[in-house]
Structures are given as C-alpha cells and as structure tokens.
Design a protein around this ligand. Sequence first.
Ligand code: ADP
Ligand code: MG
Length: 320
Amino acid sequence: MRGYVSVLFEFILIQVSLVQVSLCNFLDVFRKREIVKMLDQCNVGINCNPDEIKRIGSGFNGSVYTLNDNFVLKVGEEDNDTFYDSINTLKQVPGVAKIQNVVDYDGKRYEIMERCVCTLKDRINRGFYSNNPRRLSNHFLQIVKIISDLHKKRIAHLDLKPSNIMFDKNNNVKIIDFGSMLLCNDGKSSAQRGTFRNYSFDVANGLVKGTGYDPFKYDIWCLGLVLYKMVFIDEMEGFGRYSLNNLTNLVASLGNKKRYLGKILKVRGVFNAEYDKNIRGMSTSELKNLLTSMLAKYDKNRPSLDEIIKTLQRIEKNQC
Ligand SMILES: Nc1ncnc2c1ncn2[C@@H]1O[C@H](COP(=O)(O)OP(=O)(O)O)[C@@H](O)[C@H]1O
Ligand SMILES: [Mg+2]
C-alpha cells in the first residue's frame, strides 16, 4: 500500500512540475512578444533580433532577458519611484551596471542595461575564492569602494547580496538590482525592503518597534554577509537553515509588532551563534576581525566604509 502511495505521490509531483514548466514557457512566449512590441513602439535605440531574446535571470522583482551581446532588459513593476529620480545619479557611478534607458510602458518598467558576464554568487559557488585570498580581498575591496561611492551620493542599496553583484567582460565589479534602493539623508528609515532573511538585528528590531533603522549601516551589515559567503562558500542566501516561508511569514506579520519580536530575536540568536562559530575558526586575524566587526549585532559597533577600505588595503599590502 505504501508503495502505491509513494508512486502516486511521485506521479503527482511530476505532473505539477510539468504544468509549471509549460506555464513558464507560455509566460515566456507572452513576455517576449510584449518586449518586441515595446522595442518597436518606444525609441530605445537598441538593435535586437527577436530570436536572440532569452530569459537569463528571474528574481523577486522581475525577469531579465538578453537583447544582444551588449545589453539586457529587466522587466518589472513600476513600484520604486526613488529609482526613477536617481537614474542620473546612478549613471555617475562607474561600478553600477550602466543603465542605457528606462521605459515605463503598458504598466511595466523596462530597464535596458549593460550586459554583465556572471554573478558573484556563481563565482562563490564555483569555489572561485577558495585558496585565493588575494583575489578575494581584491574583489571585495572593489565592491566596498563602489558602495562607498553610492553612499557619498546618499544612495543606500538595501539589497546587497552575491546575486546582485556581477562582473563585466573586463572582470570589473558591477552592482545591479536597485529595486530596493533608498535615496536618503542621514537619519532612520522604516522602509521594509530588500531580502527579509538578510535583515540585521537592528533592522528587524527597528521595524518591529517602529523606530526605524540606519539604511547605510544596513548596507555595511549586508557587505559583511557578502564577505562571509566569499570566505565560507555559503551557497544559501541569508540564514540557510530557516525556510524562506517561515521567515517571509514572520516579516509579513511585522505589523503585528511585539508579538513577533521574541521570534526575531531568537532567529538572530541562532544565526549569530552559527556564524560566530565559523568566524572564530578563521586563521587570518585581520580578515577575521573585519568580518566580526562588520557583522556586529548593533549598528553603532560596525566600522565605516572608509575604515573597511583602509583595512582591506592593509590586507592587500601584507599579501604582496
Ligand atoms: N546587467 C545584467 N547582465 C547580466 N545578467 C543580469 C544583469 N542584471 C541581472 N542579471 C541576471 O538576472 C538576475 C536577476 O536580476 P535582478 O536585477 O537581481 O532581479 P531581481 O530584482 O528579480 O532580483 C541576476 O541575479 C543575474 O543573474
Ligand atoms: Mg536581485
């Protein structure tokens, strides 16, 4: 009897995935048609053979398609007005994937940008930084310098993670995905953006209590997570052991304030313990201290980007 049940269960699973695949293909055909129509009607100045349009990425906020060898197109909802206001500022930062054009058409936002080659996530998962501390500190330094340029222009990214960091044809770091960004002056924000499972203690706490959080310090925390992943080849984004579903529910209930505070504190507690154990085992003390300080539980204990840059430059110098 058990055998029949598991065969039936497997059969249902196969059918469900077949339906998912064909639904995805159907949506893709539909989307490609929309893209061709948009390119036809809006003067975006890009030559593109419709047969070359291929989906290469999809995430929470939209899908990304190749247009030709040099450009990709991100299709998403028109939901972050800060993004529109900041396009010119973003264009001034060389480490941001170059935005060629942004068009709002038929209820969708089409962002045409420079085509990059691979994500930091791909490289981490391929072991690109294992046994290569020089490469690791050099690439991480590049990333931190770009974020420092953005912060000087008062832009906080708010969703820094390996899948939002790419490399171009010349192996330069390029930051992508500004769907969560904030253009802000000093002060706290209550924006509930980015990847919930990456939230630092101060962000979760500030959202639950309604006191807000420092967006720039949050970027530094996220950079700490990026460095952690580069060092420990952590394939998971965020907490790893916690299912996305639980965390999404948890954060979705933030409106319900204090009831969930205990749960968030507990989640952070376990998270810190696991990370601390790995970091404690590191042999190079400068990188170890840097990671520990960037992942400090409280905002005020994290170093500034200038301090991080100086430390990384010292680490690079010592490696020569
Ligand atoms: N400029 C680009 N060049 C090449 N691939 C890209 C580019 N931008 C995005 N991608 C691919 O698409 C994925 C999702 O893009 P992203 O902008 O992060 O969307 P989302 O907001 O859905 O996370 C990226 O992780 C990457 O694999
Ligand atoms: Mg992304």
